[in-house]
Design a binder for this molecule. Structure first.
Ligand code: MG
Length: 387
């Protein structure tokens, strides 16, 4: 049993959306295929992943360092103890050879995307959905059949009116979601408050969170905290620079409702710094690491273990991404929930074509692996890469 090839390609997301900090007109993502010599149903098992959304394609580092290291390694050194499957932990160790400490984001996306594709292959070799394989390894075998999921929406779009955002939110509620998130920081504060009020009028009992995408300096972050307080939001996400732990702590001391961050933290140590120095309140604030961008699933397991040593529970963890990778990870680790991006990010947003949303939960597929095979437009891109 061995990995015979690892291929990658950069694909544009083709999105005209924007948050408060940047637009997605140039955004790309790396699609990875890990091709094995294992045959299932007459075809070689191939593991797939992409490097989520919001960070550009990262093929150069894969081609120069991480793919050659795996392909040059002795195949038996990358297998589990019984030799009947790939060992993602050993493969992560192989990719990290001759890598200096720190400087995480220079390599964490490239390594993490390959890691997630390796897990997809490992689950297919084991003939299990990834969330089941992860639950057996990381969550005491507790395998859910559905997962809480909220919509990351409320983007800023050219020419958009408040009525447009209200219509968008009505569509999400009609689709079965019970929690939505909207962007803030793209308009002056008073207008953003009116935009939130407009959305609140259509939400009924549904929960609302907001996301500032790291836009604010200290004064604006605090001004928004004050203005947002009366709304009793589910959370106030990424108010400021992702590693400004002093400002996080200051915000946590004046803003009672939950704060959220983590999609721009790439190492276990950065997340540990957040809970040690950022004033992040245990079982109140939210942590949103994006696993393919932060060294992948093996490292995510180490981060969860670190957080549990600090007394955190998994219900505070909501992986970023809005895709089938983060859905499987949220379900497999027994986390608080996952994000969903219905209708945005082209072929890369959303879940399996037959996934059902009901009462805020998304059904999980029984397809072996992550389940990209059930997401026809995305799978077409992946299959072409492996062909
Ligand atoms: Mg965000």
């Amino acid at each position: 049993m061995r990995i015979v090839d690892i291929r990658e390609t950069a694909v544009p997301l083709r999105s005209n959306l924007a948050n408060s900090s940047f637009d997605f007109s140039e955004m790309t993502t790396s699609v990875v295929a890990v091709v094995t010599d294992v045959v299932r149903d007459g075809r070689p098992v191939v593991g797939y992943a992409f490097n989520s959304t919001g960070r550009y394609a990262c093929g150069a580092a894969m081609r120069e360092r991480f793919i050659p290291r795996i392909l040059r390694a002795k195949p038996e050194g990358l297998l589990n103890g019984s030799g009947d499957n790939l060992d993602p932990e050993k493969i992560l160790g192989c990719m990290m050879r001759r890598e200096k400490a720190g400087g995480h984001s220079e390599r964490s996306n490239a390594i993490g995307t390959i890691d997630v594709a390796v897990w997809d292959a490992a689950a297919k070799i084991a003939e299990k959905p990834l969330h089941r394989l992860l639950a057996e390894r990381y969550s005491g075998g507790k395998v859910p059949d559905k997962m809480f999921c909220y919509v990351g929406g409320g983007w800023y779009a050219p020419g958009q009116t408040f009525a447009d955002v209200q219509d968008e939110m009505r569509r999400h509620l009609d689709a079965g979601y019970t929690m939505v998130k909207m962007k803030v920081g793209g308009l002056p504060l008073a207008d953003d408050v009116r935009r939130i009020e407009a959305v609140k009028t259509v939400l009924g009992n549904a929960q609302l969170a907001v996301d500032a995408n790291c836009k604010f300096g200290r004064d604006e972050a605090l001004a928004y905290a004050k203005a947002l307080s009366p709304f009793n939001l589910r959370w106030y996400e990424e108010p400021c620079d992702p590693v400004d732990y002093a400002l996080f702590a200051e915000l946590a001391s004046v803003y009672d409702a939950p704060l959220a961050t983590g999609e721009n933290l790439y190492s276990t140590q950065d997340v540990e710094n957040l809970v040690r120095f950022g004033g992040w309140r245990r079982d109140h604030d939210i942590i949103q690491i994006d696993p393919p961008q932060a060294y992948g699933i093996v490292q995510y397991g180490r981060t969860v273990a670190m957080l549990e040593r600090h007394g955190w529970s998994r219900s505070s963890l909501f992986p970023h991404g809005g895709n089938q990778m983060s859905l499987a990870i949220a379900a497999g680790f027994g986390l608080g929930g996952a994000e969903s991006y219905p209708g945005v990010f082209g072929d890369f947003g959303g879940f399996a074509d037959d996934a059902r949303v009901e009462n805020g939960t998304v059904t999980l597929s029984n397809r072996p692996g992550i389940g990209f095979e059930g997401q026809s437009r995305l799978y077409r891109i992946m299959r072409e890469l492996a062909a």
